[in-house]
Design a protein. Structure first.
Length: 321
């Protein structure tokens, strides 16, 4: 019966991920939390040329923040930048072309960025769900390279800059899909057994939750958080999950609704009154495990994940131009 109760709880919980779930939750939001002026503060948003990343960048720009857009595709990024500047009137929007699946590129970017800019808030939004096993030019499985290793390197490479900043924050955009996965450090690149892109993505998102919890313990001067945006109508959902999109398109959140909690975590004073390292949905901390689920992992596995990622990270740093 335990699995049955667990499943019922999970299915009920899924309703909260839809547009209706957002509309219900938002009745309890305090609009003043995000009605703030962040002029003089610097924000970096990865994957900012579309979807939740662009929606977040645009709302920060409206509030006067300096926004660094980190994108892979130059043409789409330039269009996004122009749209943000035009709609917000904020000229302090900067564009950086970086492939988050390429660790050498991230190191090169971070080293240059630290010498030229300040940073108050890092938003790790870039991600992918590749449904067949593809390797990058470095021989890394693409989902892992982007979602886990890319997030790890971008964050750790910019930690020295964040440590110098006032009210420094790191927000990582995860997914509720991670609730179905237990941390698995034995096959980080999904090379064993059949490949299921959805489950690989969910495992990466579980890894992001663990990273956030571990960083929060190690870096007390920075506020770390990880969040689930709900199910939003984004280009990534349409391309990576076409069947899901067709079934759910009338119930999906808008991009702005998906970005709301990212914005709240990035700009509100209320967010940092809560402990560092928590998982959020609709401006509230929520559990990282389903009731009665067997997804808890031993502390030594979580520490081992950090060690393994640091090994990968340093390997690519050593050959960085």
């Amino acid at each position: 019966m335990s699995w049955y109760r667990n499943t019922v709880w999970f299915v009920k919980g899924l309703r909260h991920y839809t547009r209706g779930g957002y509309e219900s939750a938002s009745k309890h939001f305090n609009s003043a939390d995000v009605e703030v002026d962040v002029a003089g503060r610097s924000f970096l948003v990865t994957g900012a040329n579309s979807g939740i990343g662009k929606a977040t960048a645009k709302e920060i720009a409206r509030r006067g923040g300096t926004v660094h857009l980190v994108c892979r595709n130059k043409e789409r990024a330039e269009v996004a930048k122009e749209e943000i500047v035009t709609e917000t009137g904020n000229q302090n929007i900067f564009l950086h072309i970086v492939d988050i699946s390429n660790p050498k590129e991230i190191w090169k970017f971070a080293e240059k960025f630290q010498n030229e800019h300040k940073l108050n808030v890092l938003i790790n939004n870039a991600g992918c769900m590749v449904n067949t096993r593809e390797l990058t030019e470095d021989g890394l499985e693409k989902n892992f390279a982007t979602n886990t290793l890319g997030t790890y390197i971008m964050t750790t490479a910019l930690l020295p800059l964040l440590e110098k900043a006032a009210d420094a924050r790191v927000i990582t955009v995860s997914s509720g899909g991670m609730l179905v996965q237990k941390l698995n450090i034995s096959d980080l690149q999904s090379g064993n057994g059949p490949f299921d892109g959805t489950m690989v993505y969910a495992q990466n998102k579980r890894q992001q939750v663990v990273l956030t919890e571990q960083w929060a313990k190690a870096h007390r001067n920075i506020h770390f958080s990880v969040m689930h945006p709900g199910w939003a109508d984004t280009p990534a959902v349409r391309s990576s999950m076409p069947n899901f999109y067709e079934r759910m398109k009338n119930s999906l959140r808008t991009e702005a609704q998906g970005a709301d909690t990212v914005l709240w975590l990035a700009v509100s004073a209320e967010a940092t009154k809560l402990p560092s390292g928590l998982f959020f949905q609709d401006r509230q901390p929520v559990p990282t495990h389903l009731p009665l689920a067997y997804t808890h992992s031993p502390p030594e596995d979580e520490e081992k994940l950090m060690e393994m990622l640091e090994e990968f990270s340093q390997k690519f740093k050593s050959v960085s131009p």
